[in-house]
Design a protein around this ligand. Structure first.
Ligand SMILES: C[S@@+](CC[C@H](N)C(=O)[O-])C[C@H]1O[C@@H](n2cnc3c(N)ncnc32)[C@H](O)[C@@H]1O
Length: 200
């Protein structure tokens, strides 16, 4: 069997292939993508560490793309069956269905979260992990997203978001919301920080 065929049969993410897919999508829709390449491993691991692998509720990932953070969530011990992956791009959805056959892949708009998740969740989510390029959206749209996400989550569950920006993507002093941030991850290109907002 040729090497290329056997590597593909393993369904393991190939970083270079994913970078090419990502770049193509960025050329077509730069604002939608918000980045020219997938998140690096350290950033993805940092995102995943805020999610409790022993929880029982669904873990919703918004904008999973080629699955860089999805992979870190699975490596962190989160059962694929708990994953609900909300992705706009149909090509990425097909890739995610192939790579994570036990996860629920929902092709839809994360900024219309109530409609998109209607009838999808059986119980409140344990976490929402977002790779959406939030800063390309007006603040009102970002706030609506967090409000809709909180409505789908259990109390104290984390909404985890990374940003390349030096300021938080969501204000850090929302009434009743506990906020924390990671160190800046200089190893990522571009450097990023993870912000976590816990539902009251
Ligand atoms: C910055 S990329 C992050 C991809 C991946 N999470 C990572 O870290 O490598 C943003 C992703 O969000 C997706 N996206 C953008 N707008 C979206 C929307 N309204 N609903 C769902 N997904 C969206 C894009 O298709 C892309 O896959």
């Amino acid at each position: 069997m040729p090497l290329q065929t056997s590597v593909r049969a393993s369904k393991k993410p190939l970083r270079l292939d994913d970078e090419v897919r990502f770049l193509r999508s960025w050329i077509e829709k730069p604002l939608h993508m918000g980045a020219v390449m997938p998140s690096g491993r350290l950033l993805a691991r940092t995102m995943a560490q805020y999610v409790d692998p022993h929880g029982t509720g669904p873990v919703i990932e918004l904008g999973p793309g080629t699955g860089a953070i999805t992979n870190a969530l699975v490596q962190h011990g989160i059962d694929q069956k708990r994953l609900v992956l909300v992705e706009y791009n149909p090509g990425f959805c097909a890739l995610l269905r192939d790579r994570y056959p036990q996860a629920k892949v929902v092709q839809g708009d994360a900024y219309r979260l109530r409609d998109t998740l209607w009838n999808v969740l059986g119980m409140p989510a344990s976490a929402v992990v977002s790779g959406l390029p939030l800063v390309t959206k007006p603040m009102l749209t970002r706030m609506k997203l967090v409000r809709d996400a909180f409505a789908a989550m259990a109390p104290n569950a984390p909404f985890v978001q990374f940003t390349y920006s030096v300021v938080p993507p969501i204000p850090k002093s929302l009434p009743g919301v506990t906020t924390e941030a990671s160190e800046r991850i200089w190893m990522n290109l571009p450097p990023a920080r993870v912000w976590v907002y816990r539902k009251p």
